[in-house]
Design a protein around this ligand. Sequence first.
Ligand code: PLP
Length: 391
Amino acid sequence: MVKEAERLQKLPPYLFARIEKKIAEAKAQGIDIISLGIGDPDSPTPKYIIEKLKETAEDAVNHQYPSSVGMLSFREAVADYYNKRFKVSLDAKTEVVTLIGSKEGIAHISWCYLNPGDVSLVPDPGYPVYGIGSLLAGAEPYIMPLKAENGFLPDLTAIPEEVAHKAKIMFINYPNNPTGAVADEQFYLDVIAFAKKYDILVCHDAAYQDLAFDGYKPPSFLEFPGAKEVGIEFGSCSKPYNMTGWRIGWAAGRPEVIEALGRLKSNVDSGAFQAVQYAGTVALSGPQDIIEEMSQLYAERRDIVVDGLNAMGWTLEKPKATIYVWAPVPKGYDSISFAEEVFEKTGVVVTPGNGYGDNGEGYFRVALTVSSERIEEAFTRMKETLGKFEF
Ligand code: PLP
């Protein structure tokens, strides 16, 4: 058998594949598993979005290759969304590209800008694709630790001068997966100043910018002065509209970067199915009640999780956004041993924090993607079986 390329061998095993295997084994034994592991919304895509897909899938025009950079109508819907939601003005033709889910663009952007040996700045813990995209491009991710004492924001002043000079891309992500942290204006201004000083492309991943609670409205990176000169923002229909399976997202911002990403895409994929882009257009420009509905639903679940953990000895504050609760493991455990103890004794799946990088060690993540009733059931089991913890 032909040997795999080194770039593939360099990749860490996909964390969720391991978890899925464990769940499958337990399910085969008839155990009732409650998975708070994976950040995949459990609610269906709204009907009017599905109807649009059905209608446009019937039209033979949509059966042919789409434009690799996306339909102008979808990109205009993204530009309108930015205008309405953030008062950010974007030229749909040059400043927006359609993606087959934001993960696709996040992985591909490294190919556009990183040569072998180049450096990318990658948050840790973080969504694994930032570092993986960099590795696939032959580059070296430099870890920016996200620490509780800094509100899970990277400390830009801790990045050594020579690393900053070598770095070509910085990935950031707020509201943040896995920590649930949010970023304020000053953080974005600091990032923009840093990027200008060292000539770095900022890639802000905003997959959760519409899932926020208690009246909080996360800003867009592109709102801040100078952002469009130094970077782009990745967005997605996946989480706010329950469309993870549809694969539709975008990148928006600096035109040369959008053009480069589009050029790469024209060579490796041929764009998103047009019927899915029509559906995405309806998602972005149709009624937005779903956003409020989903935010309320996740807020309710978040409260059950945080109150449940706090009743068992934690002292957590409630996250303001995302579909995750990030919590430290109790005394005497590491991330894996705690997740295993919870799974083996209660059948509840939580994700060990080290799956998101070395700096996630000592934490675990709870995803708010099962019903409130099932979350209640998970906590009843945990309280009865595991009792109280010390920290
Ligand atoms: N960015 C973050 C932080 C995520 O957590 C995810 C999905 O879990 C994505 C991006 C990818 O979303 P998409 O479905 O748009 O590819």
